[in-house]
Every structure is written in C-alpha cells, then in structure tokens.
Design a protein around this ligand. Structure first.
Ligand code: AGP
Length: 608
C-alpha cells in the first residue's frame, strides 16, 4: 500500500527521500511524488508509474534542500495519474501533505471547503485534508493539523510541511502505521522502518491518535487531544542486509531460500527437550490459564489465513481443542460468540492488515483474550494484542509471502505442542514432536536443492491458463496456499481444492491442458489421494505430484514427481509448500511477470 518517507536534517534531502521510496516499493504502488522545501518555497514533482518516472522528472534539476517528504501511492480514490499522485497542496502552495489511508467523510468535507472557496483539483480524498489544514492554519502547523484531524473520519498516516515553517515536519497516525527514525542532527518519518534503516536504528513507533512535530534535533509527541506523550525509543534489530536481495534475482527467491534459517529462528530458544514442551513466554498466559481454554478462534487474511487453517488441523489433532478459522474480513462484521474459555489468535506477517486489526479490536471489545502471531515487531497488531509469539522471519519484501508462511506454521506447531502438553500429550510424545520440529529446517534445505527439477516442470507448464491444486487433510490448506502463490505472481488462474471434492465439480475442467498439482504424501489418506490421481489421469490431466521419498509406485501414475522427505503428518505442510513456492516462482519468471511487485497487489493491505 502507500508509503511515506520524510527527512529533516543537514544532508541533502532528495537522495535520502528517493532511496527511502525505493525501499518502500515492495509495499505496492502506482505513482510517486516528492516535495522539498527550498528557498522559502515548496517544490514538488510527481508522476504516475514507477519511481524511475519520478527520477526522470528530477534528472538534471538542481536542488539544495535539507527537508522534504515523499510518497508512493496505491490508488483508492481517483486513478493513478500524475495529478492524483501525492503530495497534495493547499490553495496557495504553502502546505504540502502526503497521506496513507482513506478519509471516509471526504465528500462532505469537500462540499464544505468548496463553499468556503477552496479549489480542489484532484479526485483524491487526501487533497481535502490539506485544504482543511489550510483552513485552520494560523502560523502553527501542528495546531492546524490537530484541528483538521478532529474533523476527519477514516484512517491516516500523514506527513505535512509548510513553507511558513522551515525545518519542521508534522506527522500523525490513526489506522496507518508511522515510525519516527531518530538520527544525530536529523530525523526521519516513514511508514515502515525499511525506509530509514540505512540511516538510523533508533525508532519511535507512533501510537494511534498521536501527532509528532519533528525538527532536525528534536521531536515532540502529543495526542490529538493535546496530551504530551513520552517517546519510547526502540532499537530496530533488522539489518540492511536483510532488506537487500543479496545476489538473488528477486526478493521472493531470496526469501524462499532463507527458509531453513528463518525456521531455525522461529524455534531458537523455544524447545525444552527435557520436558518435551515449548517455551513461549510472550503468550503471557500461565499453564492453568492455558488448561482452561476450551475453544480457539484463529482469524487472518490471505496466506496467514492458510497458515491458520493448518493450525486448526494441528491443534485439534494434538491438543484436542476445537478450533474455528475465519477470514478476518468476515469475522469483524459477524457477531462472534466469545465466552470465558475462548482464546483468539490473529495471524499477520505485517501486523498492519486492516481487516485483521479490526477483527482483533472487535474480539477485544467482546472480552476475548487475543494473542498475535506476527512478524513485524512494534506493528499495530503486535502492540494491541494481549500477548503473542513473534515469528522472527526478518523483513519479508516480496509481496508473495513465503518465509512468513512457513514461520507462522512453525509457530503454530510450537503452540500446538504447548497446548497438547497441558492436556494429554506425554513428555515422551512432546519430546518426539520437538525432535521432528527440529529436523524441519534441514529437510527444507534438502528440498531447496532440487530447484532445477522444479524449474524444468515449470518450463513444461508455464503457458497453461489454469492450474488445479489438490491436497487432503492438513495438506488441503497447503494446496490452497500453493494455488494462491501461483495466481498472485504469474496471473494464472489457480484453484486449491480438497482432493476428494474435485469430483463434485472441478473435475469438469480436467483435460490434457490442465496441470493438476497433487500433494500425495504417505499419510492416512494416501490411498484415497491415489484414487483421486487415477480420476484425473483417466481424463488426461497432467499430474505433478508432491510425494514422499521412497514412494516409487507413484512415478508410474503421474507425469512428474517431486520427492520430499518424510516427517510427522502435522508438520508436512512445512515441507510440501516449498516445491509449490518454487514452482510458482519459476512459472512467473518464465512468463516475464513482476515477481516482487505483482500487479494490483500490496504487501500490507491497510485499507478495508
Ligand atoms: C500473501 O502472499 C499475500 N500477499 C496476502 O494474501 C497476505 O498474506 C495477506 O494480505 C495478509 O497479510 P498479513 O499476513 O500481513 O496480515
């Protein structure tokens, strides 16, 4: 979604802002813009398309400015045109604003402002806000922003500068993340830390309803109601290396290959072999509280929803606690039944997904204990939950989630072990589970070595228009995730189905042009899946099977077999998904797609 970066200090602002914008590219955007304060006035350039279009406009122009704000826009209100790109200005070009989020009451505010004589030039909701600030401006930008925000309904992360107040940026958040980067003699504003990581590791995450007034050597945080807030400066533990491609062609490929190490990070220090139990202190729940849980709801979106479905299979199988999984976008508008024994988990890589955040707030309103499974430290979801487990996957830049997915599933396995040990899982059984968990990173490493074979399979099918993904039991959600990966980055229509459900409809689609990916592991439903494979074969479908090493029989019944090592059934999605991620990646590369920034998608979806 949209990205914000702002700088005030002693250095030239332009290269810092452009670098920041590039680091935010992964969020997804369709136009970009920048405004600098120079010689008592505001100078701006903005352009539809990628940041290189903006750079072309800037090329050859000389700027001498140590203060500015910049933006990447993901269009919601108004097409992605030069005009609609941010920054937006007041009538006199004295105030410039960039905005993430949506001003929901912009129509009524627009009518009001136009009656007061403001000239609104763009189709955006954002422009209204800068005119509103102008309306209140009497020489103090912070106060004008504060007054304007009291009139606004919706979500925002904003940064504002005024030609009348050199050396000052005012920023505020409500529903869209914003972080202040604190440097020596310089300060930064950004929608996420990757934009500022090369300059400082000191960060202050703004809370909902806070306004920060930033100069080169100072920043003051207040609330919209004028209450002063003491800043909490946190050390960012991500490194610059983590947000760079490190020799890989794409972030997605880098992140797929990082999985052995990200999975090791997810389990590091959390396995207590002596007692066969996991240590998850962040849950903030005592053993007796964990024992009282009699129902679990997990809510999430997209890939995180698929890991939630896998968690449902795991927890019900091992801990015998009933689990319900629901899309956060649906959960938030239902009237979910929550009682004393209900525990709610929200899963989110970014920790900023609007639907998931709203579901969390709804559940808390109803008195639920809400725990988070998040990647981004300091994110809104991480801060608003009662406790939780960080997945420690490091920054995920590719829009298509890969390493976050496996780390979420791994954390769900750790939670499953803990809940199981609170109930009927013995020390020995718990211990065996931990041993299997500990072997997973090496097994993932082994699968990554057969990438060339997967590339060849991709070559055989990359021209297909449709793919079907089948799996049963705990590998049904893995099939859903495999299909999602393919459709996100290759734009091929792909559907995931429980293998046996195929005969109730999708079988009509099968012919010699339909590649069918089947997860057919040696588990309790193996024979059933083999029957499903026979049904596809009888209709000339082309089958790519994910099978267990040693299963030689399957090779005669399918077109291609990708072998993966064996593990306990509940952990199999951690392995079966790896070839599916690689398949999606190589198909998309062969089709010439934008791997890390697929069309229409954003990394973190902060609007409804
Ligand atoms: C994953 O490949 C997707 N880009 C998307 O479905 C994503 O998982 C979803 O938007 C949820 O994001 P979150 O985990 O950051 O909440």
């Amino acid at each position: 979604m949209c990205g914000i970066v702002g700088y005030v200090g002693e250095k030239q602002a332009l290269p810092i802002l452009i670098e920041g914008l590039k680091r935010l590219e992964y969020r997804g955007y369709d136009s970009a813009g920048i405004v600098l304060f120079e010689k008592g006035a505001l100078t701006a350039e903005k352009a539809a398309g990628k940041i290189n279009h903006l750079e072309e406009l800037l090329r050859g122009k000389k700027y001498n400015s140590t203060q500015g704000i910049a933006h990447t826009r993901w269009a919601t209100h108004g097409e992605p045109t030069d005009l609609n790109a941010h920054p937006h200005f007041d009538c006199k070009n004295n105030i410039a604003l960039v905005h993430n989020g949506i001003i929901e009451n912009y129509r009524s505010l627009k009518a009001l402002l136009e009656r007061q004589g403001h000239r609104i030039l763009t189709d955006t909701d954002t422009e209204i806000l800068v005119h509103l600030i102008e309306q209140y401006y009497e020489g103090d930008l912070t106060e004008a922003v504060r007054s304007a925000l009291t009139q606004v309904e919706g979500t925002y992360g904003i940064a504002v500068i005024s030609a009348g107040e050199p050396g000052k940026i005012v920023a505020a958040r409500q529903g869209s993340p914003l972080v202040l980067g604190n440097g020596d003699g310089e300060n930064f504003i950004a929608s996420d830390v990757s934009a500022i990581l090369s300059h400082t590791k000191r960060a202050v995450y703004l809370n909902e309803g806070e306004i920060v007034t930033v100069t080169a050597d100072k920043f003051v945080i207040t609330t919209i109601d004028k209450v002063h807030r003491a800043p909490k400066v946190e050390e960012i533990d991500w490194t610059l290396e983590m947000i760079e491609k490190g020799g890989f062609d794409h972030f997605m490929l880098k992140e797929i290959h990082e999985q052995p190490s990200t999975l090791r990070n997810a389990i590091r220090g959390r396995l207590n072999f002596d007692e066969g139990i996991t240590r998850l202190n962040g849950l903030n729940l005592q053993y007796d509280q964990l024992r009282r849980i009699d129902r679990i709801i997990i809510t999430a979106c997209g890939t995180s929803y698929h890991s939630a479905l896998i968690g449902e299979y795991m927890i019900e199988e091992i801990a015998k606690i009933p689990v319900e999984v629901e899309y956060a976008s649906e959960f938030r508008y239902r009237s979910p039944i929550i009682n004393d024994g209900t525990l709610l988990f929200v899963i989110s890589q970014s920790g900023e997904t609007a639907d998931t955040l709203a579901a969390l707030r709804e559940a808390k309103k109803k008195g639920a204990t809400v725990l988070g499974i998040c990647n981004v430290v300091g994110s809104s979801i991480a801060r608003e939950t009662d406790g939780g487990v960080y997945i420690h996957a490091g920054p995920e830049i590719g829009v298509a989630s890969t390493k976050a997915f496996t780390s979420q599933v791994m954390v769900l396995a750790l939670i499953t072990n803990l809940l199981g040990r609170m109930r009927n899982l013995s020390v020995q059984q718990g211990h065996e589970m931990l041993e299997a968990i500990q072997r997973i990173p090496d097994q993932v490493e082994q699968i990554l070595k057969i990438e060339d074979q997967i590339k060849e399979i991709a070559r055989a099918y990359y021209r297909s228009n449709n793919f079907l993904y089948l799996g049963r039991g705990i590998n049904f959600p893995a099939a859903l995730e495999g299909a999602l990966k393919l459709k996100e980055i290759s734009y091929i229509h792909a559907e995931g189905y429980p293998a046996a459900e195929m005969k109730h409809g999708p079988i009509a689609l099968i012919d010699e042009n339909m590649p069918v990916v089947v997860i057919a592991l040696k588990d309790s439903v193996h024979d059933k899946v083999m029957s499903n494979i026979a049904e596809v074969k009888a209709r000339n479908g082309n089958i790519i099977a994910i099978a267990n090493e040693g299963d030689t029989e399957i090779a005669d019944r399918v077109n291609h077999v990708i072998y993966i090592p064996r593990t306990r059934t509940i952990l199999t999605p951690l392995l079966s998904i790896i070839p599916l991620q690689l398949l999606a990646y190589h198909v998309a590369v062969l089709r010439g797609c934008h791997i890390d920034q697929p069309r229409n998608l954003a990394k973190s979806v902060t609007v409804e």
